[in-house]
Ligand binder design. Structure first.
Ligand code: S3P
Length: 173
């Protein structure tokens, strides 16, 4: 079975939706950020502060390749996974990619109570706007784009299930 890979900016709901989708489909679930934390034995903010972002991106790329091995998993990724073209190519050939989106205001609401995102330290709202602009279009390669703004997780999972059936690509399995 093909992997299902959720991409999207921070705070678009990847982890919440991914877990619920895996449960609905009865598939194994893998969160790439969590996998990085387990393999590195330290938190993401600690990896960033001790080693820097470049090191984090190297580990992220290596563990992405590992998690994309065939296994029919639902895989959720960190928002920056699209920054490396090699990662994008690997995701395109390693499964079905679904992009989650949300409005900037909703993203800011969702991330503002969380201290686990080093790239948003300081003025989170300003950073969200800047990073959204820098990453504009980078999630658009996914054939399925789902807006999660103001929506309940089960409603989003229902939409994904419906769209998966409709899309020829998703029916190949
Ligand atoms: C990042 C997103 C985070 C995490 C790291 C960097 C990014 O994951 O990988 O803090 O560059 O967008 P989430 O998208 O799950 O918050």
């Amino acid at each position: 079975m093909n992997n299902i890979i959720l991409i999207g900016f921070m705070g678009t709901g990847k982890t919440t939706v991914g877990k619920a989708l895996a449960q609905r489909l009865g598939r194994p679930y893998l969160d790439l950020d969590q996998y990085i934390v387990e393999r590195e034995q330290r938190s993401i903010p600690t990896i960033f502060s001790e080693e820097g972002e470049t090191y984090f991106r190297q580990v992220e790329a290596a563990l992405l390749l590992e998690s994309l091995q065939p296994g029919g998993r639902v895989i959720t990724t960190g928002g920056g996974v699209v920054l490396r073209p090699d990662n994008v190519a690997a995701m395109k050939s390693g499964g079905w990619v679904i992009a989650l989106k949300a409005s900037p205001d909703e993203i800011i609401r969702r991330v503002s109570s969380d201290s686990q995102r080093p790239l948003l330290a300081g003025d989170a709202a300003e950073r969200v706007h800047r990073l959204l602009a820098e990453r504009d279009g980078m999630y658009d390669f996914a054939p399925l784009q789902i807006d999660t703004t103001g929506r309940h997780v089960q409603e989003i999972v229902d939409e994904i299930m419906r769209k998966m059936v409709e899309q020829t690509d998703f029916r190949r399995d």
